[in-house]
Design a protein around this ligand. Structure first.
Ligand SMILES: Cc1ncc(COP(=O)(O)O)c(C=O)c1O
Length: 373
């Protein structure tokens, strides 16, 4: 039997555009007629507004989330050859960013409950070359930043938060992005705060780090055309900043709606057969991705596809098993939790514009399909 095409997508950036269409068109028109298209008043205003949202003193807009990680590492003093401890259970971008500046990724295993870096796995990996930790708040679940910060303090390490999936997530009532030395955000269209193209930002409460990132994003310029350090070209454009300014005021409500949908799914499924994301005390999940686990993941995926429900794998293969990285990253041989998780995960549709009817369809499918697993 041929499966029916997915009618309920995993994410739907077009639906979000539709919600804000008149305000976005107006913002775009304002930029078009302004004559400023890169690093102008919209970027400046967005940087202030996003820093205030996160609760940090500075935000610096860049071209994408991968560059945000790379520039955050470089601006906090990570140099070529330095080791950076992170996870294999992430978007490849996390590791690509580390290698982009010539640093050397090292993999720590994840905690099976949070699916984020396991603080206990970090310390045994610290070497004389270790300079930083990149903690990824995977799927919108905050990593254990207090434990990570303690380890970092003990060994004099820098902490960078990869917040690409966690805009608005909180740990002990404090937003992610305020826990490390600097944090990287992505505004890829499907993110909780998404642009209509690429975009990213570094958030920090260190004026010095912010200033270094400002130089690095534009050729290391100290003043126009005069470079004080070797830099990059990684600038946020005015159109994307204007779009992000339209959407930012709704981010809190959008995240709440994501959590509401996740709660409905959790109530519908049998947690013995389809394991939902763990509810972790003192954390507020941004619910960028709702990722369940099942030992029968592929069967579940097929059943949901037939029911018209889109699913995805985040990610189909841990980074250390992908041919670009296999066999060459320290730590890769001891990632049992990462490897155990990877064959069991399945991402279900969660985005703020998902209609109640569609949420109900997914709930019905989850509760009826549990019986087949
Ligand atoms: C965890 C994580 N880190 C980094 C990135 C990189 O962001 P971008 O795609 O904007 O470069 C992404 C986005 O795909 C991500 O999910």
């Amino acid at each position: 039997m041929r499966p029916t095409p997915a009618v309920i997508p995993v994410a739907n950036p077009a639906a979000q555009f539709a919600t804000h269409a008149p305000a976005i068109r107006e913002a775009i028109e304002r930029v078009l007629s302004s004559g400023r298209y890169i690093l102008g008043p919209e970027v400046e205003a967005f940087e202030k507004e996003f820093a205030a949202f996160v609760g940090a003193s500075s935000c610096v807009g860049v071209a994408n989330g991968t560059d945000a990680i790379a520039l955050a590492l470089r601006a906090t003093g990570v140099s070529p050859g330095d080791e950076v401890i992170t996870v294999s259970h992430s978007a490849v971008a996390t590791v690509a960013a580390i290698e982009q500046i010539g640093a050397v990724p090292v993999f720590a295993d994840i905690d099976r409950t949070s699916r984020c870096i396991d603080p206990d796995a970090i310390e045994p990996l610290v070497s004389t070359r270790t300079k930083a930790i990149v903690a990824v708040h995977i799927y919108g679940q905050p990593a254990a930043m207090e434990e990570i910060s303690q380890i970092a303090r003990r060994h004099g390490l820098i902490v960078i938060e990869d917040c690409a999936q966690a805009h608005g997530a909180e740990l002990r009532g404090r937003k992610v992005g305020t826990w490390g030395d600097a944090a990287a955000f992505s505004f890829y269209p499907t993110k909780n705060l998404g642009a209509l193209g690429d975009g990213g930002a570094i958030v920090t409460s260190s004026a010095e780090i912010a200033e270094r990132v400002r130089r690095l994003r534009e050729y290391g310029w100290q003043e126009r055309y005069i470079s004080s350090v070797p830099g990059f070209n990684s600038r946020l454009d005015e159109l994307q900043a204007a779009v992000l300014r339209v959407k930012l005021p709704s981010l809190g409500a959008d995240n709440a709606r994501r959590r509401e949908i996740a709660a409905a799914y959790c109530a519908a499924l049998d947690p013995v057969r389809i394991i939902p994301p763990a509810a972790i005390q003192d954390t507020l999940h941004a619910m960028h991705l709702f990722v369940v686990e099942s030992p029968q993941r592929d069967i579940l995926r097929d059943l949901l596809t037939v029911a018209g429900i889109g699913t995805a794998l985040h990610y189909p293969k841990p980074i250390h098993l992908q041919s670009a990285y296999a066999g060459r990253i320290r730590g890769s041989g001891a990632l049992p939790a990462t490897e155990a998780l990877s064959g069991r995960i399945l991402t279900l549709p969660v985005f703020p514009e998902l209609t109640s009817d569609h949420v109900e369809t997914v709930c019905d499918a989850l509760s009826s399909q549990c019986a087949h697993l």
